[in-house]
Structure formats: structure tokens, C-alpha cells
Design a protein around this ligand. Sequence first.
Ligand SMILES: [Mg+2]
Length: 250
Amino acid sequence: MLTYPLSLCTTRCSDLIAALPTFCTFAASSLIHQQHKNSARSVLDLHGSISNTPTKAVMALPRLVVFDLDACCWFPEMYMVRQGPPFAKTSDDACAASDGEAVKLLGCTRKVWETISNGDEWQDCRVAVASRCDEPEWARQLLKLFTIDDGRSFWQALDDGRLAEIYKGNKKTHLKALKEKTGVAFEDMLFFDDDQENIRHVSELGVVSVLTPEGVTQDAWEQGLRRFMEARLYQRRGGPGPGYGKTYAK
Ligand SMILES: [Mg+2]
């Protein structure tokens, strides 16, 4: 796997292009697909205040970002929750089960969902869920309680739940269902999951898949975007590229 000494949390796409190895930069210009809109919100900026410097172009981005839920977006996992519903929202990043036990969003989950849903440079991308959790209805309730910055629930961000695939089985099934619903090709998807087996299965479809042992952290998010861009560069050069049929550890 290629690694770059980048601090992506403070890096815009143009900086990323410049930082890619020489053998990749030649192809970078072909990936420019959209003029920057002089927005304060960068593709890689989860905090909205890091840089206001306009860039000339934006790298290729996924068109569908798919998340596992348990131990990826939130913790504890549903099978670990003692009492279950009704859940109540207690903060932007936490809900409480009926006995007060907290279910908390991990890492940058909320900011990442906000970025994909409302970021100016993310207008062609949607968020989706592929979960095998033991309590699908509990998960749906939580998705309806957690919100992004505009007040919409995670559930609403999932096209009112249409893009929430929550059931048992090999996650290839979940991703194939999402492909069917959205028309987005596997190579235009980015997938996050804390389970190595799920990562292996989904990678076999040709989806860039990122293991998240600590949930959707900023590091995991940046790694995903970087790997997606790398895969595109290799793909444009005629090769399968990173993330195709491979598994990755953090
Ligand atoms: Mg999980």
C-alpha cells in the first residue's frame, strides 16, 4: 500500500494532487471533473474553518459512501445494549437507551455524514448504510434520532431510509442492493466497516473498502478518500489499482 506523509485534515484537494507521487500526478489532471465553487467547505475539511483558499479543481470523489453501523458509526453494538428502546437523544453525538445506557457516535461520524450530505463539493454523492446488526429496528430508531447540522436525521440523509440496508448476510448482498437502487457502480463507491471479513467480501466487488477498528475517525475518512483517489488514478492508467480485490488493515 502506498502511504504519503500528508496531514489531510489541513489539506485541500489541490494540495493532495501536488503531493501524489510523480507517476500519478501525470494522470491527475484527467480526474478534474468540477470547478471549485470558492466554498469554505473543503472536500477533506471536516471542520469548516481550516482553509478558505480557492482551488482550481477538485479530485474525483465517490458517488456513494457506505457505512457499517455497529462499532463503525456508533458504539456499543446493538447486541451489547442491555435494555434497548425507547431511545432518546441526549446530545449531538449520543442517545440513551431506556435504562440510560448511552449509544455514542464514534470519531468524526457525524461530521463525515454532514460533509457528504451538505458539502458543496459533495453534491453528486450520497450516504448509505450496510449493516448486519442484531437489532435492525433499534438501529433504525437511532438513525432517526441522530442528526446532521441542518437538523435532518441520519435516516432522512439516507433518502428517508431507502439507502439503509440492515439485515443479516454477506455484505456483498447489501452493496449489490445499493448498486441496484442508486445505479452507482462499485468503483464509484467507498465503504467503511470495522469487520475484516466484511472488508474482504466487499473489496472483492471492486469497492474501495476501509477497515475502521476505531470507528469513522478522521484518519479513517482521510485514508478512504486517499485510497479512492489512488484507485482512480491506477484505473485511468489501465490497472486495477489499490482497493480492488484487496483487503487493507489500518
Ligand atoms: Mg460493525
